[in-house]
Ligand binder design. Sequence first.
Ligand code: AQP
Length: 329
Amino acid sequence: MSRRVFSGVQPTGTLHIGNYLGAIQQFTELQQEEDCLFCIVDLHALTVPQDPVVLREATLKTAGIYLASGIDPKKATVFIQSSVGAHAELAWFLNCIATFGELNRMTQFKEKSTNQETVSSALFTYPVLMAADILLYQTDVVPVGDDQKQHLELSRDIAQRFNHRYGETFKVPEPKILGVGSRIMGLDDASKKMSKSADTDLNRIELLDSPDVIRKKIKRAVTDSGRDVYYDEENKAAVSNLMTIYSRFSGDSLDTIQERYAGKGYGDFKKDLAEVVVEGLRPLQGRYEELSREPQYLLDILKEGAEKAGAIAEQTMKDVKEKVGIVRL
Ligand code: AQP
């Protein structure tokens, strides 16, 4: 029997190769065998201030990138989080289960709230909404990048606590985190992950960057001291990150890449890496271009996805309300 898979991406800008290699590429593989739901989590994006026009555009762009990356709406359910009201509703019930102490230990909250003038309470409770997203669909497997490991652990704890208090209600989900490429680091600073919200766009290669922009960003990417291309995460963090990107886009192993560039410098390696990434993204960019000519098609897919997801969510919400003692009128 196929397993239920759920994952989401925030529409907080244009997706980058970290989102793609860490998460979306797994989605396209999983949809072949499993029962998949892929969501654009716009309510999560609202935890930090958003321009409404930009948010709406980014939501549709993210949906377009999903499809352009190879997510097939005939195989997987694709929808926008806010189009299924039960996400926010279940989050409330789970907020009553999660504790302040465990949310206070979330490292992503600490990173995102540091040096901010004001921090919304929703940024603090963000992982509870994420737990709701997952638990609502009785999810077995959640494919994510390595940065979401702690949030996934919390979702499991919340599910177990709810089940213990009220009786078996939620499946306890398993994370699916890849090895190589589960955390792509910034091109400008290999000690921090590549991120949509990093201060400079030299931090990331966006999936819709033109070939020239990709070449420029890779040329300017930081490297480490020395000139040899070899994999050593501790002493050669920047070069190791670039080798990981090369490996994931080309399919070549890290050893093969190391042999290929033995005796050559960073310059040759970076030049080839740029072409590997340009070629790797070409099909996705072509499909995105085609999809942008049919905006209604995308809206129809999202509407249908919301209906399918909503029907599953409704079952879970019925059970949750029954269990906690909400009066049915
Ligand atoms: N650098 C990364 N390497 C590998 N995987 C990554 N992911 C994010 N960054 C990397 C994975 O992409 C999926 C979607 O992430 P998200 O949009 O929900 O939020 P995020 O993890 O906070 O990603 P960003 O790009 O850093 O966005 P902002 O800057 O808006 O917070 C997740 O599975 C994530 O693990």
